[in-house]
Ligand binder design. Structure first.
Ligand SMILES: [Zn+2]
Length: 228
């Protein structure tokens, strides 16, 4: 996936491997987190040509339509960290040297249902401010700059050694999704879609675009019946 790519909300969820409904989602697939930026509704700011984002924390759900928006709390009523709280903790852990910076993929809303990928960011700071008599969170995100070709080669070599080769990289998913038109290549269904290894991974098939296709659950099941 490249910075500036646009994708449907459905495609976004396929790539992230989860339904992304909220503005901030903590590690939906266990790796990076996902922030959605909606310029029409959030008080977030994009600075320095997109290298820095000051992201405004997520508002709690309104208890009634007439209720004024409440503070953005650190903890919920049970004493667990809220989503804002989790990202605040991640930023504190980074600043104190206890953990690497949280990686966050940021998407910005372009039109209804259409999102633009702004890039991969590091969460470097988090703090609370008073805004119109409410306590709200601010998160500072700094874009992870593309590496030079030399270090990129090294990183790629490291990745292919360490990463699970069965997992399909998100760049491949994006490519395959666009090539296959976002539907099952067998029956054109748009329901219950999966990325399928054409030659199964267990038979030596690679996780590259030429060996990956979009299949619906029904066709996927039929295919695995035939192989067995
Ligand atoms: Zn199908």
């Amino acid at each position: 996936m490249m910075i500036g790519d646009t994708l449907s909300h459905f495609n976004l969820c396929m790539i992230e491997g989860a339904k992304i409904r909220r503005g901030i989602t903590y590690r939906p697939n266990g790796q990076h987190s996902v922030f959605l930026l909606n310029p029409a509704t959030t008080g977030s700011e994009i600075l320095e040509d997109g290298r820095v984002i000051l992201y405004r924390g997520a508002d709690p759900a309104l208890t009634s339509k007439k209720a004024l928006p409440a503070d953005q709390p650190m903890y919920d009523k049970k004493g667990n960290l809220t989503l804002n709280g989790k990202f605040h903790r991640a930023a504190m852990a980074y600043q104190s040297g206890q953990a690497p910076a949280e990686n966050i993929r940021v998407y910005q809303k372009r039109h209804e249902g259409i999102w633009e990928y702004l890039g991969l960011y590091s969460l470097t700071e988090a703090w609370q401010v008073t805004e119109q008599e409410r306590r709200v969170f601010r998160f500072r995100l700094e874009r992870v700059e593309p590496q030079t070709s030399h270090s990129q080669r090294e990183t790629h070599a490291n990745c292919s050694e360490n990463a699970n080769p069965r997992l399909i990289p998100s760049e491949v998913k994006t490519l395959v999704w666009q090539r296959d038109g976002g539907c099952c290549v067998q029956c054109s269904s748009r329901e219950n879609l999966h990325f399928d290894h054409i030659i199964p991974f267990s038979l030596g098939g690679a996780s590259s675009a030429d060996n990956v296709q979009v299949l619906c659950a029904v066709c996927n099941q039929q295919k695995s019946n035939k192989i067995q």
